[in-house]
Design a protein around this ligand. Structure first.
Ligand SMILES: Nc1ncnc2c1ncn2[C@@H]1O[C@H](COP(=O)(O)OP(=O)(O)OP(=O)(O)O)[C@@H](O)[C@H]1O
Length: 784
């Protein structure tokens, strides 16, 4: 037996021992849980038997209370134990066939001998044993595995640094209790294993990467110093993967203090939510809250306005209509998402302390109780030093008093009498009994007709004023829509707010009048949604969420400085991780990542850390070498060393031939065993066209913004919905100069091409796009 064989045999016998031990533990735990469950069921069943219910005297009541409490506590305790054990059991089951994926031998300074440490997705120790048979990949010592090659190494613990020497680093692939692969690794974590992981065909669900986390990714995952962590990483560099492992890490690191529902992940679209939903459960953790910024905006503004979403906005931009209105819209999108606009809006809100506040009148039955002007003069009559929020609180109190006073005058009005007549029998009965109950507590008599009538009248008046009180409570008397409109209705005022108008877009007047028109029509375009909500919240008080402790923003380049500022206000007690790639900023708006300032300014330089990822893992070396030339700074993107075919550029004479070639390509890729193939188009309209042309000859699905989840197979999808996800093979439907001939579409084209893991085909009717022809001829292959 040579050395390798004997290592293999030794390691296999350890694996078998651990697997047997885990299996035993699972069995014991299943029994234990079964017992606790039946105990809990018993307690529930006999809950009342054990309790002596007696309310005769106050002592008896106390005794009853305590006996109930005791039973309830017992039950809660059993159920807690059961939940905890069930969670542990879930983790053990995951260890059962594949207990670990790595081993490090570490000799601490001053120690004579190194200790082998085995890493898995959860820690495991036999009962009453000191040593862990498996360490959780998130334990402090486990970081050695990701951070160091064999040699001197150090890891941080809550009690300080531990120095020593890493003597061995070994990787395993264990399935069903058998070692499939085993190798000792050097500097990075096994290129060999990573090669294997990356050469698999893709799935409709993202996978966890714990066994092959790279050193630079580990810095993201374990970072817990700064309040704000910004990750700028190339396409396919593992930003999303790192973000999800980070959630798992933080849940472990702060267990007992931080729960999954205190972390929120903002995804680019609802489909993406389903794509990443299985990573945490795969690691035995609960999922964090997942949402999209659009869903939040819709929830807050959907009742008031007809809303456009970011995809509609992009479709409009891509339509490329050559008109003055189009140019104005582009300028509006850019300006309204900029830090300059945010500052102008902030200056506007500050200026409202001296002039310009707008209030809605408080009316009842068409009669004005307090006019808008009256509220306004009350507002500006206050001492200059009182802050906006305090003024509004004072106005609210004052309005409540005014409404109270008015309400008191209404008892004998004819509308009350009429309402009394209209009470139907049932409502009358209900009201009668209610009043009677209430009255009984005060006096015993309720037979006086006049008194009864008076009480009814009071009740009717009170009910009629309820909505008004509610409106006052919710500060609806502030005319937010009017105030937002005013920003645009008075361009001169806005110019003075925006630092003398120096930074205003050239078509500002056109933009202003269009915005007013839209607001009057009850519509809100995507670029106005966050600013509008910001104005609303600043005036009415932010509806902040204080329970969330960590916000992760994926595809952060698609957020505007305004939106990030908004999220900071919304989650005041939260840390933030923003992950993005400026080269994939496909929207026309100003990106918060375009310059480092908006992101750094959010929490200040001292509280912000930037990490850059330049290695790309998703695509083959050939695809990365072809695509990286399309974007600024692309030469810094380093491909992971996994080889495949050159991207293929196919020129066809007409659409008929295009569809034939597409069909052939899909068929041959399917035959080669690729599970996920995407025909990526520029817009929804182009996707529909491609889908209709192909659906008869190939089995495929059309993905739209309403598609709830990804499925394996062949799909046709617009590029903006393919963001963040990947496919085995990508076919660019139309890579012609006519379709991608505009500088603005560079990033969209790059994003589409970088979705490919193994194969990339680009088709073109006629002349090829400038983004293709600019690439070195040896980075792709041409076919006619
Ligand atoms: N350390 C790793 N081990 C194994 N696979 C990895 C690793 N890092 C990244 N990958 C794989 O690379 C692919 C791209 O990762 P991911 O989607 O997280 O990248 P991204 O930076 O978010 O990409 P994009 O910005 O293009 O959406 C995924 O298939 C992921 O599993």
């Amino acid at each position: 037996m040579n050395e390798t064989d004997s290592i293999w045999t030794e390691e296999q016998s350890r694996v078998s021992r651990v697997v047997a031990s885990v299996a035993q533990r699972i069995e014991a735990l299943e029994m234990e849980i079964g017992n606790v469950r039946s105990e809990a069921v018993e307690i529930r069943k006999h809950f009342w038997d054990e309790i002596t219910v007696n309310f005769s005297s106050s002592d008896d009541v106390t005794e009853t209370y305590f006996s109930m409490k005791q039973q309830a506590d017992l039950l809660a305790e059993r159920e807690r134990t059961q939940r905890h054990s069930a969670g542990y059991l879930n983790k053990l089951r995951r260890l059962a066939g594949s207990p670990y994926f790595g081993r490090i031998d570490f000799r601490g300074e001053g120690e004579a001998q190194g200790e082998p440490i085995y890493l898995g997705i959860a820690s495991y120790r036999e009962e009453d044993a000191d040593m862990f048979l498996v360490y959780d990949w998130r334990a402090p010592v486990s970081s050695l595995y990701y951070d160091y090659p064999p040699g001197p190494a150090v890891y941080a613990t809550p009690a300080g640094e531990v120095k020593g020497e890493l003597q061995l680093k070994r990787q395993f692939v264990i399935r069903e209790g058998r070692i499939r692969y085993l190798f000792d690794t050097g500097i990075t974590i096994g290129d060999q294993l990573l090669q294997q992981m990356l050469s698999r065909t893709s799935d409709s669900q993202m996978k966890s990467i714990v066994a092959t986390i790279q050193q630079e990714q580990n810095r993201i995952i374990r970072n817990d110093r700064s309040r704000m962590l910004v990750v700028q990483g190339a396409a396919g560099s593992g930003k999303t993967s790192a973000a999800l492992q980070r959630v798992a890490y933080l849940l472990y690191r702060y267990r007992g203090v931080l729960a999954a529902d205190q972390m929120v992940l903002f995804s680019p679209n609802p489909m993406f939510n389903s794509y990443v939903a299985s990573v945490l459960p795969e690691l035995g953790e609960e999922n964090m809250i997942q949402t999209t910024f659009q869903a939040y905006l819709e929830n807050r503004l959907g009742k008031e306005f007809r809303l456009e979403d970011s995809f509609d906005q992009l479709e409009y931009v891509l339509s490329g209509e050559h008109s003055a209105a189009y140019e104005a819209r582009l300028q509006a999108i850019r300006f309204k998402s900029s830090a300059a606009y945010l500052q102008a809006v902030q200056a506007y809100l500050d200026s409202l302390l001296t002039e310009g506040m707008l209030f809605r009148p408080i009316k009842f039955n068409g009669k004005t109780i307090v006019s808008g002007r009256e509220i306004s003069s009350r507002f500006y009559g206050m001492e200059a030093g009182i802050r906006l929020a305090n003024r509004i609180t004072l106005i609210r109190e004052w309005l409540t008093e005014r409404v109270n006073a008015f309400e008191a005058t209404q008892m004998n009005e004819s509308w009350v009498e009429e309402a009394m007549q209209l009470l139907d029998q049932e409502a009358y009965q209900r009201a009668y009994y209610q009043l009677r109950e209430r009255q009984k507590r005060k006096t015993d008599s309720f037979d006086d007709f006049d008194a009864e009538k008076e009480l009814f009248a009071a009740m009717i008046v009170r009910n009629a004023f309820k909505p008004i009180r509610r409106r006052i409570k919710l500060l609806r008397f502030i005319d937010v829509k009017g105030l937002y409109r005013q920003l645009f209705a008075d361009p001169a005022r806005f110019e003075s707010l925006a630092a003398g108008g120096a930074g205003l877009p050239p078509l500002w007047k056109e933009i202003a009048s269009r915005t007013v028109e839209q607001l009057d029509d009850g519509r809100l375009s995507y670029e106005d949604m966050t600013p509008y909500l910001y104005v609303n919240e600043r005036l009415k008080g932010f509806r902040a969420n204080t329970s969330v402790r960590h916000v992760l923003i994926d595809e952060a380049q698609d957020y505007t400085p305004f939106q990030l500022e908004f999220l900071k206000w919304l989650f005041p007690r939260s840390r933030m991780t923003a992950l993005g790639d400026l080269n994939q900023a496909i929207y026309a708006q100003t990106s918060a990542m375009a310059e480092s300032d908006p992101l750094t300014r959010l929490y200040g330089a001292d509280d912000t850390e930037w990490i850059r990822l330049t290695k790309s893992y998703r695509s083959t070396r050939e695809i990365v070498l072809f695509t990286r030339g399309m974007v600024a700074g692309g030469e810094q993107i380093e491909p992971f060393n996994r080889s495949g075919n050159l991207p293929v550029f196919v020129t066809v004479p007409d659409t008929k031939r295009l569809h034939e070639r597409l069909k052939e390509a899909i068929q041959s890729l399917t035959a080669e065993g690729f599970d996920s193939i995407a025909v990526i188009c520029r817009t929804a309209a182009e996707s529909k066209e491609a889908f209709e042309a192909l659906e008869e000859s190939v089995e495929l699905k059309l993905v739209t913004k309403d598609t709830p989840q990804f499925d394996k197979g062949v799909c046709v999808i617009p590029a903006y919905l393919a963001k963040g996800v990947e496919f085995d093979a990508v076919l660019i439907y139309d890579a012609s100069e006519q379709t991608y001939g505009n500088e603005n579409e560079r990033k969209l084209f790059y994003t589409a091409c970088t979705r490919a893991m193994h194969e990339l085909y680009l088709f073109s009717v006629g002349e090829a796009s400038r983004f293709v022809t600019a690439q070195p001829a040896d980075t792709y292959r041409r076919e006619a």
